[in-house]
Design a binder for this molecule. Structure first.
Ligand code: ADP
Ligand code: TRP
Length: 331
């Protein structure tokens, strides 16, 4: 039996951080063993909000290096750059006819970006979910490992695929967001404000490139409070976030100890954060070192990117052939 198809992408808009790792990369690494995987750097998507391309090449190389440093094996997966696969752009064009202006304007990410950057509300931003759908559908992928913030985009991809299938014939399976745990992950910023993100407050974001000292500093500054006043109280979300991070990087025993301290109202946040910082530094160090080593190896990176594009185009061109056939575009 052929393996099920998986696809996901990350925009080259800055250094990767723990949100990217736990929302996306960690799943990629596990999935490469069991699925037919396509992972890519979404450089067209980055143009919707980052028109200045001075550092784009460096960013693309860094994202590829960080993907590999986290454990992706370019021999097991297709690891490629979006703009190397022109088939995606053609599918994007067809899918644009399946997408209605009203639903695009209502998309949460569009509304956020209009609010944060009102002077550049371009058509690419409006049709961002359509391009993302083309990324997924071009390989007829079934599973898309992403963080919780991408749920609505996935729902739109299913809608566009379904409309296409209904209008022209069954070409696309309906893709689903994927996480190994039943819930999609959302890592908050260390300041307790919104999701950890590439471009938000840098002190509130733990990057995979941060050195030990920076990691310590950021975690020791993380938002806490005066502690629980009644046993077994519910944790405020910024405290829960630190526990989530501890669960991800510390041993079970350490986690359980602090959990029980919290429940008994004798947690000392200073000690808790010190332990979290230690364990986080140990977790990030090998990723940082490996990424730094690969990032400037242009010969290796070019080879990975070229081979990735070949694998991706082979799959993409098969889908496009089918698409052209059902819409009577093959003359
Ligand atoms: P950013 O939001 O930092 O610009 P991207 O939009 O490129 O990052 O996201 C790449 C992947 O990382 C997506 O699958 C996204 O869902 C996931 N991701 C990003 N931030 C977080 C977060 N704070 N928590 C969980 N997953 C996240
Ligand atoms: N929109 C995604 C993000 O901001 C990046 C992305 C682009 C993507 N195309 C994709 C993710 C296809 C999954 C599948 O995180």
């Amino acid at each position: 039996m052929s393996k099920e198809i998986v696809l996901s992408g990350i925009r080259p808009t800055g250094f990767l951080h723990l949100g990217n790792y736990f929302g996306a990369l960690r799943n990629y690494v596990r999935m490469q063993e069991d699925y037919n995987c396509y992972f890519f750097v979404a450089n067209w998507h980055s143009l919707t909000t980052h028109p200045n391309t001075k550092e784009l090449q460096q960013s693309v190389h860094r994202v590829i290096a960080e993907n590999i440093a986290c454990g992706l094996d370019p021999n097991k997966v297709a690891l490629y750059v979006q703009s190397d696969v022109p088939e995606i752009a053609e599918l994007y064009l067809y899918l644009n006819m399946m997408a209605y202006k009203g639903e695009l304007e209502k998309t949460a990410s569009f509304k956020d970006k209009v609010r944060s950057n009102p002077e550049n509300v371009n058509a690419g931003l409006l049709t961002y979910p359509v391009l993302m759908s083309a990324d997924i559908l071009i390989h007829r992928a079934l599973y898309v490992p992403v963080g919780k913030d991408q749920e609505q985009h996935l729902e739109m991809a299913r809608n566009f695929a379904e409309r296409f299938n209904n209008r022209y014939g069954e070409v696309f399976p309906l893709p689903k967001a994927f996480n190994y745990n039943s819930e999609l992950v959302k890592i908050m910023g260390l300041d307790g404000n919104g999701k950890m993100s590439k471009s938000e407050n840098q002190m509130a974001t733990l990057y995979l490139a941060d050195d030990d000292e920076t990691i310590r500093k950021k975690i020791m500054k993380a938002k806490t409070d005066s502690g629980p006043t009644a046993p077994d109280s519910e944790k405020p979300d910024y405290i829960q976030n630190l526990f989530t991070l501890m669960q991800l990087v510390s041993t079970k025993d350490v986690y359980n100890q602090f959990e029980s301290n919290y429940n008994n109202c004798n947690i000392r946040y200073g000690d808790f954060k010190k332990q979290l910082a230690e364990d986080m530094a140990i977790f990030i160090k090998p990723i940082r070192e490996k990424a730094a080593e690969i990032q400037h190896d242009n010969v290796f990176l070019s080879k990975v990117i070229k081979e990735g594009a070949e694998k991706a185009r082979e799959s993409a061109s098969k889908t496009l052939l089918l698409v052209r056939e059902v819409i009577n575009m093959n003359y």
